[in-house]
Design a binder for this molecule. Structure first.
Ligand code: FAD
Length: 323
């Protein structure tokens, strides 16, 4: 028996959330005394592959078929389930990323396994009955989910666990999967890159702005602050609805839910629908000229002031601090 962890990459470099998943899988493997096998699909740089041993994988399995160059839900789910069966993995771990959300239920169905998606904690185990914690009701509650049976698939929320180092002397071996025509029935014609330089769902710092910025012409200073901090940019719904920013940046109940270490909200009122997607951030800083803005109620730090005066000062201060 073993734990299999699927590790996602972008353009041949493993995502931070993938490293978190390997480290999580290692901790699960240690709890149940089982080896950890990591699975990489597609073309990945050699140095990236070797680095996986740092996070606790005992063996790395690589699948590098030409048909699997681009991420495909059906095909990737089939390959992961096939490899899990071949290495006797009762537990499959992956990141609850966009791609992870698409494939975790498919893998669980293929393996006849329980699905724990959106996990934010290590499992508690009592024989074949495991429980995990996950956020519920737009981050307003923590749910405890019970995973019964001999097999389970756990999708870990990005940024919820550290990618801790557990160095191993990892071996690497390649695997040739049996793909069926049905697995390859989706064809990706084109990939359009989002504007965010730092991936928003995975970002440790998010600089987010709302209608208080008055118009798209004023976003240069939001982007500059994000650049100085190595942050991703986000926005409120009306901002993306008005076309000031791309929809991919819209956070909240009807947009992305994010869990960064630091969320900086500029000129955003803090409506309940916005908070639904950001309140799980570890530290929230609010900049708003209205001292009565609801966002201040959930802020760890608040700056009452005009964004157009505060932002240039913050940018200067962070630049000085960095130098
Ligand atoms: P506003 O409410 O207009 O607030 C602007 C803020 O900027 C104010 O607090 C103001 O004091 C401040 N401000 C103005 N000028 C300055 C300045 N110069 N310096 C500093 N501060 C300044 N919204 C989301 O964001 N995400 C969602 O997913 C979402 N889903 C929704 C789903 C439903 C079903 C509904 C009904 C609404 C949803 N909304 C969502 C909309 C939400 O209710 C709010 O209308 C929206 O979040 C408000 O956006 P805002 O804070 O940018 O704008």
């Amino acid at each position: 028996m073993s734990v299999l962890v699927y590790i996602e990459h972008v353009d041949g470099a493993f995502k931070k959330s993938a490293l978190e998943a390997v480290s999580y899988a290692k901790e699960v493997g240690t709890l149940i005394n089982q080896p950890v096998y990591a699975l990489s699909i597609g073309e990945v740089a050699e140095s990236e592959l070797e680095n996986i041993g740092t996070y606790g994988a005992d063996k790395l399995i690589t699948v590098n078929n030409a048909e699997l160059k681009q991420f495909l839900n059906q095909a990737y789910a089939s390959v992961i389930a096939e490899v899990a069966t071949s290495v006797g993995a009762d537990t499959v771990v992956l990141s609850n990323s966009f791609s992870g959300k698409g494939i975790a239920p498919r893998i669980a169905a293929k393996l006849n396994a329980a699905l724990g998606d959106g996990a934010i904690s290590l499992p508690q185990m009592s024989g074949d009955s495991w429980t995990i914690q996950k956020t519920a009701f737009s981050n307003k509650a923590i749910a405890t989910e019970q995973l019964d049976g001999q097999k389970r698939v756990i999708a870990l929320t990005p940024n919820s666990m550290e990618a801790k180092e557990h160095p191993t002397s990892m071996t690497i071996e390649s695997y040739q999967p049996n793909l069926s025509p049905g697995d390859l029935s989706t064809v990706i014609k084109d990939i359009v890159r989002a504007t965010n330089k730092v991936s928003l769902p995975e970002a440790e710092i998010v600089v987010s702005a709302g209608r208080g910025m008055k118009g798209p012409e004023n976003w240069a200073m939001v982007e500059e602050l994000a650049n100085v901090l190595g942050a991703a940019t986000a926005c409120s719904k009306p901002v993306s609805d008005a076309g000031w920013r791309p929809h991919a940046e819209h956070v909240g109940q009807t947009g992305l839910a994010v869990t960064p270490k630091l969320y900086i909200a500029i000129g955003i009122s803090g409506a309940i629908q916005h908070l639904a997607g950001v309140s799980a951030s570890k530290t929230i800083v609010v900049i708003n000229k209205d001292p009565e803005a609801p966002f201040f109620k959930v802020a760890d730090y608040g700056i009452v002031g005009d964004a157009f005066e505060v932002l240039p000062q913050l940018i200067e201060a962070f630049k000085t601090y960095k130098n």
